[in-house]
Structures are given as C-alpha cells and as structure tokens.
Design a protein around this ligand. Structure first.
Ligand code: 13P
Ligand code: SF4
Length: 330
C-alpha cells in the first residue's frame, strides 16, 4: 500500500482533516483536504466537522486553530516555527510597550496590531490590550479599522508589512529600536523590528534584472517583501491572492513572483519565474514529509500524540479576543 493510501485510511479512522499551507512540499499539498493561505486555513480548519486537525505548516498556524476551536485536537507532523514569529515573545512585547511609554505615549493611546505570524502568548498580550490580529490577506482592511480607534498603531512583528501598509495609506511609519524617538512619536504606524528571512531575499535588482530581460513582464510579490521591492511591483498580495492573480493572466504573459519557492514552482508550467537568483525556500515549511504525517497519525492512534498543540486557557482566551476581533471584520 502506498504511503498516501495509508495516510488516507488512518485519517478516516481517526476522523481527521489534513490541512496544509501553500508553502508545503508538493506531495503534501496534493493529499491535503484543505489548502490555503493562513487566513483561509484558520477559518476552514475551525469550521471543519472533523475532531482532529493534522496541520502541516508552522507553529502559529496550528495554534490559531486551537485558539479558535479549543474543542478540536490539533497535531502537527513537524512542530516547525516561523523564524519571524520567533522574533518577538511576550517579554519583548512588554519591553516594546514600556519603551513607547518612556517616549511619552500612554498605554491607553496605543493599539497593538499583530500579524498572524506571532505566538499565542504574544497574541494574548495584544488581546489583553484591546488589540487585534491581521493576515496578509486582510491587513489593509484591518489596519483601516484599527486606525478608526484614533490610537497609535503598534504593528508587530513584521516591519516590512507595517511599512508597506503605511506607504499604501499615505502615512508615516517608524521602526522601534532603529528610528529616532521623534520619528516614532511622529509616525502613524510604529513597527516592531521583525522580518521574514525568506521574503528578504527579493531585491529591487531582481526586479530590474527581469524588467530588462523581458520588458513586458509583470512582478507579483508578497507584502512581507521589503518596501523597496513592493513599491516596484505590479501586484502585491497574500499567497492566495498571488495564486489568483497569476492564474488569471493569459498564458503568454510572463510573470516573476516574489514569494516562497514551492508555491511559485507549482503555479503555472509556462512563463512563471522565481523573482530571485537564490532559491527562496522557507526552511521550516519544508521540514514536513509524508513520513512525518503517517507517523503523527499512528502516534495519535496509539494514544501517544506527537506535537499536540496545547495552550494555557488564560492565554487562549486572551489570544482569542485578538483573533476573533479580526474574524468579525474579515
Ligand atoms: P499568507 O498569510 O499569505 O499565507 O502568508 C503566510 C506566510 O507565512 C508568508 O510568509
Ligand atoms: Fe515565516 Fe517567512 Fe516562512 Fe512565512 S516564509 S512561515 S514568514 S519564515
């Protein structure tokens, strides 16, 4: 029996749904019941009638399902952690707020807005301060809503997404720790200094290279790319939005895409290029294998669950506040 068949049979027996982010390896995306960007996965895994969620992605994604649907059991064949999410923990969050207070901002005048690429503990801090969460798919809308509060936005952890949102809205941004106190106080959006190491690989020179080679090429990038890249692109969007954009192009239209390799590689057979001379692979997303999924299901059946997501109820409830505020708006 093939490993895919074994997984399918065990999945049925255990009432499990197999969920995979678009950055996962092809063989995993092929057998998954649900694929999507981080927003779609959170929504669809939460709404699935299955009691067990087998999540192939990075840790914060599995945690999001557990926060939203605590009655479900969530296991991850690999407990891989997004390097950007690891750049901020609850202690760094507290230090950042303290720094802003030292600059003269009142805590009550700050609204934290967390990118979904952050831990449950950080989301709990955000939720407890009245803040909310966004993903790359709904960031523009959620940022507009957050700014209706009249408060200063503290955006974390991705400084690039924060800067890109500010530029798009014609607003000022500053980066806590590297901008001056005056710049921070004068900014509409104050960003934490985190970034995605994969999306940092794309440069304006890469865009130049393709535009010179193919003058009519289009450039599509993820908003985790540096602002110098985003401002030169023809299209900016979440992983799902990039897929829709590229798939709707005429086949003869060339497009260079600035996001993770696995996704770009399976987009279209012809006229799709990876916007980098370095292979932009997310190491943690690439860790999960079919063997890991099978082992994870077998371990669950033996009553020895592997990498099960568990959260302290207090953390879950406060993180739920932040995530559900996003869900209501998106
Ligand atoms: P999406 O929300 O577009 O799926 O992005 C998640 C991510 O980690 C991108 O690097
Ligand atoms: Fe995290 Fe970047 Fe990997 Fe996305 S691509 S999961 S942001 S490290």
């Amino acid at each position: 029996m093939s490993i895919q068949e074994e997984i399918r049979i065990l999945k049925e027996r255990l009432d499990a749904v197999l969920v995979a982010h678009f950055y996962q390896r092809d063989e995993i995306v092929e057998i998954a019941d649900i694929t999507g960007d981080s927003l779609e996965l959170a929504k669809r895994a939460m709404g699935s009638p299955r009691s067990l969620v087998v999540f192939c992605g990075v840790g914060f994604m599995g945690q999001s399902v557990k926060i939203l649907a605590p009655q479900k059991r969530v296991v991850m064949p690999r407990l891989a952690c997004c390097s950007m999410a690891r750049m901020i923990d609850s202690a760094y969050f507290d230090e950042s707020i303290q720094k802003l207070e030292e600059y003269g901002l009142l805590k009550e005048a700050i609204l934290p807005l967390a990118y979904i690429n952050s831990s449950a503990e950080v989301k709990a801090k955000v939720g407890a301060m009245g803040g909310l969460v966004c993903t790359s798919a709904n960031a523009v809308k959620i940022m507009q809503k957050a700014q209706e509060s009249g408060k200063k936005i503290f955006f974390l952890p991705d400084r690039c997404l924060g800067q890109n949102l500010a530029k798009q809205g014609g607003q000022k941004s500053a980066v806590l720790g590297s901008s001056s106190k005056e710049e921070v106080l004068g900014a509409d959006i104050i960003c934490y200094d985190g970034f995605c190491s994969v999306h940092q690989l794309f440069t304006p020179q890469d865009i130049e290279f393709y535009r010179q080679k193919f003058p009519d090429i289009l450039i599509a990038v993820h908003p985790e790319c540096d602002p110098s890249v985003v401002e030169r692109a023809d299209f900016v969007g979440s992983t799902s939005q990039i897929i829709t954009f590229v798939k709707n192009l005429p086949l003869e239209q060339k497009v260079a895409v600035g996001t993770e390799y696995n996704l770009v590689n399976r987009l279209r057979e012809k006229n799709t290029y990876v916007l980098s001379s370095t292979k932009p692979e997310c190491p943690t997303m690439n860790e999960t294998t079919l063997e890991d999924i099978l082992e994870c299901l077998k371990a669950f059946e033996r009553g020895e669950p592997l990498n099960e997501i568990t959260l302290e109820e207090e953390v879950r409830l406060e993180a739920h506040l932040a995530l559900s505020r996003m869900m209501e708006l998106s």
